[in-house]
Design a protein. Structure first.
Ligand code: B12
Ligand SMILES: Nc1nc2c(ncn2[C@@H]2O[C@H](COP(=O)(O)OP(=O)(O)OP(=O)(O)O)[C@@H](O)[C@H]2O)c(=O)[nH]1
Ligand SMILES: [Mg+2]
Lengths: 133, 288
């Protein structure tokens, strides 16, 4: 069976990496191949990594408040590089009121603090199945 | 969108298919580019050293690729691939291609698909191709069969493990690197390796490096160059193709036997019998 590969990235100057690591480990334990980019990634780096690694998903962890700008840039670069078919998800500290706008930009889903990792895993697996059926 | 970007995505998608066991022809294709393997225990500095090599080859205007391996969990089948964290400053360089692969149950330090991925990269004119093994410190010696030049890395901390590694890792390697030469025990480590090597009668250059600052990298590059000239003179080793074909064959045969036994429900029965105390040797005789 085809493995699911996901990029987990920290964008910009945000140094909060606990959540990203928790999610990365949980995804690994659920059978995903997780490519963790480490801190301080530019949107260009994130997109290039996702393309080269043949990723099925991009997961951005962001607690700095810069989620709107980062999301907008990543989606724009994905389109420019003809890779808009790679779905982008976000997690971290993101106010509920911003979620509709993020979805309008093209972010598929947002997983805030306290989201049980099992919920994230089920969502990603279902997303992949439905997307490919 | 330019065609360059398009073909890069095509290459990435081809590699992804290879990784999933598709595009079988790449599994038997020769790798024409120069290949450099880097092996050594976890945390010795393989990825950091590789960034130094990438930097050098980029200065020489070469297209460089890296295939870096991390272990798959034997329980979940998942993996956390973190080698590229150190190489991310090259992520947007159009002439650098970095691919992370999970070992997916394969022993020996590289994935079953590593050689096939290297042949795809070679076809796209990436040269050299650098291969990082996983670093769990056990028998990561397969890479030496696959690549032209294999580098075995040590750090002062691995000193006390040399005895244990003698049988495997000490027998491979065209170049030995003692990394973390900024740490006090590095000289003792290099001396011990020199002794081991002279006793074995092999000729291996031993080079001290500090991957984090770049110290010693020039000497390492000289040694790599020297070794590659040797390869150029005698031709690429046949062992590489043999290794690729043998490992894929072994895997295919195993899968074939397992699948056909499963189809006839022999597999589950055999497992049950073993659990119930039947002799494993006896069961294997019956199965095969
Ligand atoms: C721990 C912490 C720190 C630690 C970070 C340690 C580390 N290495 O991670 C330290 C002390 C270093 C720190 C520093 C700062 N912090 Co702080 N920090 C926190 C705190 C208390 C908890 C964060 C945390 O680790 N949570 C635990 C993890 C597991 O949860 P999580 O990250 O939310 O992840 C979960 C989900 O969001 C989701 N998820 C997360 N990522 C992803 C990714 C994907 C793909 C998916 C699917 C899901 C997902 O899944 C996870 C599990 O449910 C929060 C407050 C809070 N309650 O969140 C403030 C907080 C994030 N920090 C804040 C601030 C302001 C700072 C500083 C700027 C403070 C300062 N003035 O110096 C610095 C900045 C440091 C930097 N360089 O970025 C603010 C941010 C405000 C904002 N966004 O507008 C917060 C919200 C506190 C507050 N209420 O003001 N901080
Ligand atoms: N002091 C010192 N630290 C180094 C040196 N080279 C690498 N390191 C550090 O050693 C740690 C591990 O380095 P990596 O390059 O990730 O090692 P690795 O062998 O690729 O590790 P795995 O892939 O996990 O097996 C990092 O914190 C590096 O900064 C060195 O020459 N001196
Ligand atoms: Mg590494």
């Amino acid at each position: 069976m085809r493995k699911l590969r996901i990029i987990v990235a920290k964008a910009g100057l945000d140094g909060h990496d606990r959540g990203a690591k928790v999610v990365s480990r949980a995804l690994r334990d659920a059978g995903f191949e997780v490519i963790y980019t480490g801190l301080r990634q530019s949107p260009e780096q994130i997109v290039s990594t996702a393309i080269d690694e043949g990723a099925d998903f991009i997961g951005i962890s962001i607690l700095s408040g810069a989620h709107m700008i980062v999301a907008e840039k990543i989606i724009r670069i994905l389109k420019k590089r003809n890779a808009a078919d790679i779905p982008v998800f976000m997690g971290g500290i993101i106010p509920d009121s911003d979620i509709p706008d993020l979805k309008k930009i093209g972010i598929k889903a947002v997983f805030g603090p306290g989201t049980p990792t099992s919920k994230t895993i089920t969502y990603l697996k279902n997303y992949h199945e439905n997307d490919n059926s | 969108m330019t065609t360059v970007e398009n073909s890069r995505r095509q290459l990435a998608q081809l590699i992804r298919k290879i990784e999933e066991g598709e595009e079988f022809s790449y599994y038997t294709k020769r790798i024409l580019s120069r290949t450099i393997g880097i092996t050594g225990s976890g945390g010795v500095g393989k990825s950091t050293l590789i960034t130094r090599l990438i930097q050098h080859y980029r200065e020489k205007r070469k297209k460089v690729a890296v295939v870096a391996t991390d272990p798959s969990s034997p329980f979940s089948g998942g993996a956390l691939l973190g080698d590229r964290i150190r190489m991310q400053r090259f992520a947007t360089d159009p002439n650098v291609f970095i691919k992370s692969v999970a070992s997916r149950g394969k022993q020996g330090g590289i994935a079953l698909s590593t050689g096939a991925i290297a042949s795809a990269l070679s076809e796209s004119k990436y040269d050299p191709i650098i291969i990082e093994t996983l670093g769990i410190g056990q028998d990561e010696i397969d890479v030496s069969k696959l690549v032209d030049t294999s580098i075995v890395m040590f750090s002062p901390r691995t000193g006390d493990q040399i005895q244990a590694m003698k049988a495997g890792i000490m027998e491979i390697g065209d170049i030995f690197v003692v990394n973390k030469a900024d740490m006090p025990a590095a000289d003792a480590m290099a001396a011990q390796l020199t002794k081991e090597i002279s006793e074995s009668g092999r000729r291996v250059e031993i080079i001290k490096t500090i991957a984090t600052t770049g110290e010693g990298i020039d000497k390492l590059l000289e040694a790599i160059e020297k070794h590659q000239k040797l390869i150029d003179a005698v031709g690429k080793k046949k062992e590489s193709a043999v290794y690729q074909i043998e490992s894929i064959l072994r895997d295919k045969i195993y899968c074939y036997i397992k699948e056909s036994l499963q189809k006839k429900n022999y597999w589950d029965k055999a497992i049950k019998d073993i659990i119930n105390g039947e002799s494993i040797a006896e069961i294997i005789k019956q199965l095969v």
